[in-house]
Design a protein around this ligand. Sequence first.
Ligand SMILES: [Zn+2]
Length: 285
Amino acid sequence: MDPSSIRHRIARPAFSILGFAGVALCAALASGEQAGRIIDLTHAFDSETIFWPTEEGFVLEKGTEGVGEQGYYYAANRFRTAEHGGTHIDAPIHFHAGGWTVDEIPLDRLVGAAILVDVSEICAEDPDHRVSVSDFEAWEKQHGRIPSASIVLIRTGFGRFWPDRKAYLGTDERGASAVAKLHFPGLHPDAARWLIDERQIRAVGLDTASIDHGPSKQFETHRALFAANVPAFENLAGLDELPPVGFSVVALPIKIRGGSGGPLRAIAILTDDAAGSSAGVSAPD
Ligand SMILES: [Zn+2]
């Protein structure tokens, strides 16, 4: 059992009772009194973990466990996993020849001040929604310009379906034929280019299985981001606990030499700066 899922189950009814005002209050508290609180943005890896329909999934091979002849307790297992599944990073080489491999991504792309754009309402109506420039402009009207070198997180609300494959992916079928049946929100390629060119973002992440929406065939958003060496975080957890501004993200992947991606341990740290200042954090190249 993932402890974060217990917390979500407790938190959700409270939010529905309090409604928008309650959420706003919690956000205000998050940026003030709860400064320093750490939020886990990572789903646990187990046999339920959602992978692309063509992948096997995460396999934990139980190894030694117990007290041996020497009289001490010892446990050690093995695991097997695709690079792209569960909470993970896409390294730029995933869709761009010559892009950084996962071990080559500079750490300043993975750590820094962040913002959260909540598009869960529109995604509830349109599961294939692609987050557009106008969605970001609407956010900026409320919260101010997205600071240069931000890590941009997108809350589609689909994280609440985890680990129900049918609700989360649009299909619980497996294999190559299931790919055409995928339905979930993603980032529009025009918005990706806008975030790169106009807001110089450090990285982008969301709570779906792919930064391109489910029906994508050409994966234009992946290609736009990775041509600019902007990594993507997929299948993030815990986004419903984040305020729009006033937090930093630390998203550190397994350092596979030559890897196109890999399992990611991502966390957010609430700061006492409601403006989400990136002071002390230099812009990435
Ligand atoms: Zn991926």
